[in-house]
Design a protein around this ligand. Sequence first.
Ligand code: GUN
Length: 282
Amino acid sequence: MNLIDGKKIAAELKNKLKVEVDGIKKKFKKVPGLTVILIGDLAPSQIYVKNKEKSAKEVGLNSEVIRYANDVDENTILKKINDLNEDKSVSGILVQLPLPKHINKKKVIESISPSKDVDGFHPMNVGNLSSGYESSVPCTPLGCYLLLKKIEPNLSGKKAVIIGRSNLNGKPMAQLLLKENCTVTITHSKTKNLKSECLLADIIIAAVGIPQLVKGDWVKKDSIIIDVGINKIDKGIVGDVDFDQVSKRAKALTPVPGGVGPMTIACLIKNTIDCFKRINSN
Ligand code: GUN
């Protein structure tokens, strides 16, 4: 079984991106900048944002985190995003989710300029991705896609089953795999007989948030399994895949932690650089 080392593949990608940033600094006499807005004090969000800031700095980007208390009003956030949209030193804007209940997520996402939307959540980027045009692509599915391509450069004709239909993962993942000529099935909480769907798959992307849902007898021998889950249980952090069981049957499998997670952050850096290049190519 091939253990897909996301940490190593992410480090390689970040090294390449660092070389690219050095080239940009020489050519444009400017540094791409990532600004993250973090509202409230949710522990997982604090950790994610710290890791994003650390990676951005490692690669040589300007990186700023703007923090607000949980009770900040929506207009303050919308006004700040408007200022960042206008700020030429900012290439990418990310508002860490989830947001407090009193802030309208849709309004916030739609207020970010599509050209600075490093998350790829703006409807214009979602539409461009689904139409096959150039767009920002959400970082987690992009990371999964790059891991898959490392293992299997030719995905054409493969049957892919995605577990989970979120805007963050499942739906954009489906678009990326369709572009690669996969036959894609998106499953979700109302899917009947999930196990038999999974047994047909050459590739499974598990992104549903249920600890160790995918068992050994759910997967075809020599399939490729990408585990997006990060679930806290008594014995620690586990994914959506039963690692011990599935590793005995799969051709390749991502661990949790150390699989998709590091790739998500590397892809955020990639998206920031790509936004800079698109903004500066006009
Ligand atoms: N919270 C969890 N994952 C993400 C992500 O990819 N982007 C943002 N903005 N918030 C998140």
